[in-house]
Design a protein around this ligand. Structure first.
Ligand SMILES: C[S@@+](CC[C@H](N)C(=O)[O-])C[C@H]1O[C@@H](n2cnc3c(N)ncnc32)[C@H](O)[C@@H]1O
Length: 300
C-alpha cells in the first residue's frame, strides 16, 4: 500500500472484487507460504465449508453452531445489547465470533471491518453473512490481507475483537499488528483478544516444542511462539495500549493441558481425557493454562 506522509491509511489503495477488498500487490501476498497455508486450511476449517452445500431443510440453516461450534472464553463475559459505531475483527475467518456476538449477545454496530489473510475463509464469511444476517444494520468491509498493516485511519475504531489468531502470527509481525491495533483504536475504545496467546509455561507446549525442534527441516508454521502473562503485558504496553486503553487484563484460559493432544496430526492416546480431567488449584492455573486472553476492562 502506498501512503503519502500526511495521509491516513485507508482502503482507497485496495480493489473491491466480489465484496472483498484486495491489496494491489495481492500476487505477492499469494506467493507467501503463510497465506498459502491459511488458504488451504480455510477450505475445510472446522467443517465450515458445509455452509456452501446446505440444502433448504438442513439443520445448519436454523442453528449456526452446527457449523463450527459456539466460541467460549471471554465471549461468555461479553455484555448484552452493546451497540458501537465500528468493530474491527482481526483474523475473522468465516465469522464465527461476530456471528455468536450478534446472535447471542445482541451486539450491534454500524460498520464491521474484518481482515483475514485467507481468501477461502472470507468468501465463506460472505455466505455466512447471507445465511444468518449477523450485524444486520452494519456496513461490511471485508479485507483480504495480512493484518500487520491495517488500512484504516488512526483513532477510528470503537471495538477490536480477535479469536484464536495471534498465536498463528510470527512474533515480529504480531508486535507490528498490536501497534497497528492501538493506532486505529479510539482513545477509550474496547478490545477483546480471546484465546489469543499460547502459554509458554504450559507442559503441553513444552513437549510439543521439543518434538518440533527435532525436525529441523519442516516445522509446522502454524504452531509458533508462546508467551508468559508478563511478556504479553510488555508487548501490549510497547504497542501503545496505555494511550488508548489503560485498564485491561491478561487472563489464563480455562483449558488446561499437560499433554499435546496430537503430534503431527496423530492423536496422542488418552491425552484429551487426561487434559479434560485437570482441575488445577489457583496457584497452578497460570502454569497449566493452554493460553491467555486479553481484554479491556470493564467490558461494559
Ligand atoms: C484459528 S483461525 C481463527 C479464525 C476465527 N477467528 C475463528 O475463531 O473461527 C486463525 C485465523 O487467522 C487468520 N490469519 C492467520 N495469519 C494471519 C495474518 N497474518 N493476517 C490476517 N489473518 C491471519 C487465518 O486465516 C485464520 O482465519
Amino acid at each position: 500500500m502506498t501512503q503519502l506522509a500526511d495521509s491516513q491509511p485507508s482502503l482507497n489503495d485496495f480493489q473491491l472484487i466480489d465484496g472483498i477488498y484486495f491489496p494491489k500487490n495481492y500476487e505477492q501476498l499469494n506467493s507467501t507460504k503463510h497465506k498459502q497455508k491459511w488458504d488451504a486450511i480455510g477450505k475445510t476449517y472446522y467443517g465450515s465449508q458445509k455452509i456452501e452445500q446446505v440444502t433448504e431443510t438442513s439443520a445448519i440453516k436454523q442453528d449456526y453452531t452446527l457449523l463450527g461450534g459456539r466460541p467460549g472464553g471471554t465471549w461468555n463475559k461479553f455484555p448484552m445489547d452493546k451497540s458501537v459505531d465500528s468493530i474491527l475483527e482481526i483474523g475473522c475467518g468465516y465469522g464465527r465470533a461476530p456471528l455468536h456476538l450478534s446472535k447471542e449477545k445482541n451486539l450491534q454496530c454500524q460498520k464491521y471491518y474484518a481482515i483475514d489473510i485467507s481468501e477461502s475463509l472470507l468468501r465463506r464469511l460472505i455466505k455466512v453473512k447471507a445465511e444468518y444476517n449477523f450485524f444486520p444494520n452494519a456496513e461490511f468491509n471485508i479485507i483480504c490481507n495480512s493484518a500487520e498493516t491495517l488500512p484504516l485511519a488512526g483513532n477510528s475504531i470503537d471495538l477490536v475483537i480477535s479469536n484464536c489468531v495471534f498465536m498463528h502470527i510470527p512474533d515480529a509481525q504480531l508486535r507490528n499488528l498490536l501497534s497497528e491495533i492501538f493506532r486505529v483504536l479510539k482513545p477509550g475504545g474496547m478490545f477483546v483478544f480471546n484465546h489469543s496467546f499460547h502459554n509458554k509455561a504450559c507442559p503441553s507446549h513444552i513437549i510439543h516444542n521439543s518434538i518440533r525442534n527435532l525436525n529441523i527441516f519442516s516445522k509446522n508454521p502454524i504452531y509458533l511462539k508462546q508467551y508468559s502473562a508478563i511478556e504479553i503485558q510488555e508487548m501490549l504496553n510497547n504497542a501503545g495500549i496505555q494511550a488508548k486503553c489503560p485498564q485491561y487484563i491478561v487472563e489464563p484460559t480455562t483449558e488446561y493441558a499437560i499433554l499435546p493432544e496430537t503430534i503431527k496430526g496423530i492423536p496422542v492416546p488418552f491425552a484429551k481425557a487426561i487434559n479434560r480431567s485437570l482441575k488445577p488449584s489457583d496457584a497452578w492455573k497460570e502454569t497449566l493454562a493452554y493460553g491467555f486472553s486479553a481484554y479491556s476492562i470493564p467490558l461494559e
